[in-house]
Design a protein around this ligand. Structure first.
Ligand code: FAD
Length: 448
């Protein structure tokens, strides 16, 4: 069964591909436009010297079910692997040494006082603040930054050595600008319900059976290949969308009819394709940039026990390197026995050459780990303007966006700029959008 309507999806990352897949399951064939020669967007998996190197995302949170649901649907369940949580430990670079993150932290909130008291990461004053948090009364605040929120509960040191490095590694963002209700909604809810963040986390702690992170044996690229395999080649066009107007989309200078348009190309690109107030609101969502440098070492030359998932470098201690993951510890099937694979994360969009970025990665990870080993391979993946920032005011911008979209029922925005930054949320939004199109009155999949 094919649709009489023309549905155009702009962007062939996981969001656009997921929307196309869910539509196709209901017999609705969409046309997907992708500017790059390959699909996947920020998902980029490469095999190098027996290692599986993720140039962009490396996994997804298991607690959010939508990515795994789709992967199962695609018949890839037997390829799913979990993080090695028995090895999970994060180290923080502080005062020229690696200090373990206290056990029992839920992101930046302590749930056990013992590990906090014995931690070398935190001063007596911060420990006292964390203890006193238990006695706070419930209160609601207007939208405020993560720095203000965490600083208010636990003090500035918790912002500098816990919140900042954790968020830099996920959002590539600055806690002084990120919005607490948009980035840490659960914690803000606990603040208004319990007062104490720790009490809120403890009372809502769910014992999860499985691993924290999941991915695929062959890397996330396997997921993209499976999605592409489910869509006919005729439904994918390589080209750059230039303008989106009601009823039509211009691609490489030619107009395509579009009864429905799904923008899956990021809020920043969507802003440039549209005009008017919609474009204006989308443009107000800022983006940050990141670079991932993979380094592969011969294991025999890499003389470090590397216990844990990796380390974070807080801004106060940082030269260039923000975070480093010991990939083989975090996931099986990533590096052969004779190799050690590091994933180094840098913020921003540096003008320096790839060689310089590799040199920084080798030098700074070498200093932190006390190593002189040289990698046998390196790979640089740059992601300019790829990480949307949920800054203070994000929730009101989303409300404005909803308001504007009411006047454009032919237009749908999906991706990570709106209601969730990670892969599972991208799939959730893509699926919801596909379902709303399927359920609309003239759809072949709609029940009358
Ligand atoms: C370095 C990095 C690490 C990350 N790590 C994780 C992680 O470990 N776990 C996690 O859950 N999330 C992670 N994320 C976030 C995750 O990668 C994204 O949420 C997700 O991949 C976004 O997918 P998308 O399809 O919405 O957008 P994208 O992947 O950005 O895809 C958008 C697509 O649109 C195309 N496009 C743009 N403009 C046009 C145009 N004019 N015409 C046609 N096509 C166009 C682009 O070429 C691209 O293919 C990470 C992100 C980055 C940058």
């Amino acid at each position: 069964m094919s649709s009489s309507r023309n549905i155009v999806i702009i962007g062939g990352g996981v969001s656009g591909l997921s929307a196309a897949y869910y539509l196709s399951k209901s017999g609705i064939r969409a046309t997907l436009i992708e500017a790059q020669p390959s699909l996947g967007g920020t998902i980029r998996t490469e095999g190098i010297d027996g290692c599986t190197v993720e140039g962009g995302p490396d996994s997804f949170l298991a607690a959010k079910p939508w990515a795994l649901d789709l992967i199962r649907d695609l018949g890839l369940e037997d390829q799913v692997i979990g993080s090695r949580d028995s090895l999970r430990r994060t180290l923080i670079w502080k005062g020229e040494r690696l200090v373990p993150f206290p056990d029992g932290m839920q992101l930046m909130v302590p749930t056990r006082i013992g590990p906090v008291l014995s931690s070398r990461l935190l001063s007596a004053r911060t420990k006292w603040r964390m203890g006193m948090d238990f006695f706070r009364r419930p209160r609601t605040y207007p939208d405020r930054s993560v720095s203000e929120f965490i600083g208010d509960h636990f003090g500035q040191e918790a912002v500098d050595y816990i919140a900042e490095p954790l968020l830099a590694g996920v959002y590539g963002g600055d806690p002084a600008e990120l919005s607490a209700p948009s980035v840490l909604p659960k914690f803000v809810e606990y603040e208004s319900k319990y007062g104490s963040l720790s009490r809120g986390v403890i009372e809502n702690l769910k014992r999860s059976e499985g691993p924290i992170f999941q991915t695929l044996k062959g890397g996330l690229g396997q997921w993209i290949d499976a999605l592409r395999g489910k869509l006919g080649p005729a439904s994918i066009i390589q080209g750059r969308a230039e303008t989106v107007e009601p009823g039509r989309v211009r691609v490489n200078g030619e107009w395509l009819t579009a009864d429905q348009t799904i923008l899956a190309c990021g809020a920043n690109v969507s802003a440039s394709l549209l005009t008017g107030e919609l474009s204006h609101v989308l443009r107000a969502i800022p983006y940050s940039s990141a670079v991932i440098v993979a380094l592969g070492f011969r294991r025999g030359e890499f003389q470090h026990p590397s216990k844990g998932f990796g380390f974070l470098v807080p801004k106060r201690e940082r030269k260039h390197l923000m975070a480093c993951t010991w990939v083989g510890n975090k996931f099986p099937f990533r590096a052969p026995d004779d190799m050690t694979l590091l994933r180094c994360f840098f913020g921003g969009d540096p003008v320096e050459s790839d060689e310089q970025l590799v040199a920084w990665a080798v030098e700074e990870s070498g200093t932190i780990l006390g190593l002189r080993a040289q990698p046998v391979f390196s790979r640089v993946n740059r992601w300019p303007n790829s990480m949307p920032q949920y800054t203070v005011g994000h929730a009101s911008r989303m409300a404005e966006l909803q308001q504007e979209l009411r006047g454009r029922p032919d237009l749908h925005l999906i991706g990570n700029a709106y209601s969730g930054i990670g892969l599972p949320d991208c799939v959730r939004l893509a699926k919801q959008t596909a379902e709303s199109i399927i359920a609309s009155p003239d759809s072949p999949g709609a029940s009358s």
